[in-house]
Design a protein around this ligand. Sequence first.
Ligand code: ZN
Ligand code: ZN
Ligand code: FE
Length: 757
Amino acid sequence: MNKRVRYLFTGMVQGVGFRPFIYRTAKLHNLAGLVQNRSDGVRVEVEGPAHRIEAFLSNVLENPPPLARISSVTSGEIACRGEVDFSIIESDALTQADVHISPDIATCGECVKELFDPGDRRYRYPFINCTNCGPRLTIISDVPYDRSRTSMSRFPLCSLCRKEYENPLDRRFHAEPNACPECGPRLQLLQSDGSELPGGDPVTEAVRLLREGMVVAVKGIGGFHLAVNAANGDAVERLRIKKNREEKPFALMVRDIESAGRIALLDDEEKKLLQSPERPILLVRKKPGAVISPAVSPGLTTFGIMLPYTPLHHLLLNKGCEVLVMTSANEIDEPICIGNNEAVKRLSSIADYFLVHNRDILVRCDDSVAVSVMNAPYFFRRSRGYAPAPLLLHRSYPAVLALGAHLKATVCVLRDSHAFLSPHIGDLSTPQARDFLHETVTLMRRIAASEPGVVACDLHPDYYSTRAAFDMEGVELLRVQHHHAHVVSCMADNGITGRVIGLAMDGTGYGEDGTVWGGEFLIADECAFTRAGHIHTFILPGGEAAIREPWRVAMALLREHCGDEAQALASKLALIPDGVDIEFFNEIMRKKVLCPATSSMGRIFDAAAAVLGFRSVVNFEAQAAMEMEAAAESGECGHALSHEVMKGNGAYQLHLAPLIAALAHDRLEGVRIPDLARAFHRTIAEALADVAGRIRIDTGLDRAVLSGGCFQNRILLRDTVECLRKNKFKVFYHRRVPANDGGIALGQAVSAGARKL
Ligand code: ZN
Ligand code: ZN
Ligand code: FE
């Protein structure tokens, strides 16, 4: 007895080989029917015996194509038609809604096999791809996703490519970037003045130049990288000097997973993440004795490594250097470079050669950065490979556009139960980044097919994103406090609602009282919060300067706890850099001029790192804290040091000046630095659990939500989770979006959306 069932699949089901997959699966189960792309998803009708239809559906749900993400399936029985065949029928006139744009996906195994097969017509062709892999987001000029709206539109398909493109059983059926050496894009190798380097095959030449220690700018998927041989210390140093990037770690690209294992200590989860189709940069432990220039990540025990994710990367690494430095090509704080002319103009003082091609990158997309924590990925930057796939939320919200924070900026469009979080935009201090923000807003509205009338932004009046929100006309503006947005982003990340205890441990954010917040205990739901506790406020002598010079914060905290003895302590610790006018500094502190108040946890970490002798002055944000974390890994936990909690102004005040003073004294008594670094992390974790415990007694709330940039510190994260769980808390930390300001846009969007419910 036959029946006919109609399904509607929604989510990322178009442009990812879903229809040919349905076709093959229906054939496999000997079912008749049809499949069709529609504006609201993919419609499937199957006709046949009930048990085969069931088997078909479980097959579809259990083994969808690698890039497909089914977010919902609805079904209903309809009248049989007595068909005998299964067919792919013409698409419904597509509107934009629910046609999700796929992220860019690493070259799949089948394509890599063809790439290195001398008998294949795409042998060594650097633009090989199929429905399961290749560029997506970064080649679109508009939606819906179709070759005519990509930078492939200028390459008419040759007859062989067209046959593949039109055959539902071919794995290149409707692979929009499909190409071959006959009809597709080509490489060129340019000299630093932009003229073409005469000579042979650009890949072979580039490999030779990299071997010789040259800096080669390589056009990738979402922008240019600067590449040098990672084993060549001189080359890496030279790149560092040219790039003006004194000590920030460089990312590495390794030939394959075996090569990765030669330079890093990898567990199974890390191997899995490195080989995933998203191919993030993964922070992994350095292997002792690895032949990598120490200039790659000075002072740290980790490397950021990734595997090749374009055919060109495979070609460059296959017979070339086993490990390349691959760092985003940009001037400090500027967005990643994408155009050929732009690259030559902006990078001619850094790169010796340019390996470019004529397939335009239309959307910038930096590499994603993740780490494996407690056997799951944990993101520092969610960008290429992940964006713009929407994050599924646990419920629907009214449409909102959120403009995010200022550093590590992203934007987010909320529509129904989907949060479309943009690729990484970066630091909004430069005009280029600001243009990029506006481009991204336009792009994300198109991708989400939504023009929200509600716009969310930070409270900080000087964030460029806040000003941009104020400049938008005809929209309702909702402002979300920075740390509240952190907490809500983590709630949305975990699919929870209702009241929670939010622990937002952060660098800095604008507080409701106009002071600089950053170590906050919030009783929060999605819409509102109260500040139940915070780190007891201390001063930042010199304001902004105190962020670059952690010794200033350390001095402020030592003085708070030890009074005049602070000066003597500081000189024994060699805390104050040479050349500092200490009289002037003391004067500032005494008069409290240029001394904004803060409750920032990030600054507490800086101060601890300064007192422990890691560094008094930093070259980039969190540098001292990262070095302290690295040292703590080899430290013994011992006993936790002191902290104090008092109640004042209606909130718990966590006093950490005594902890900084204890570190100073213990160091002078000769306690090992790694042990002190370890004890510091443990003490902070216990202090956080202590305050959370008091708030639970007051409120009965037992869910603790951890967010804010300080939770990028893995030791702090693990310790805090452990201490809270030991105290019977249900603990939530980030899974899909970063704990840092890259997640702020999501929190803003969900908070504003919830207020409009
Ligand atoms: Zn492929
Ligand atoms: Zn072709
Ligand atoms: Fe923040």
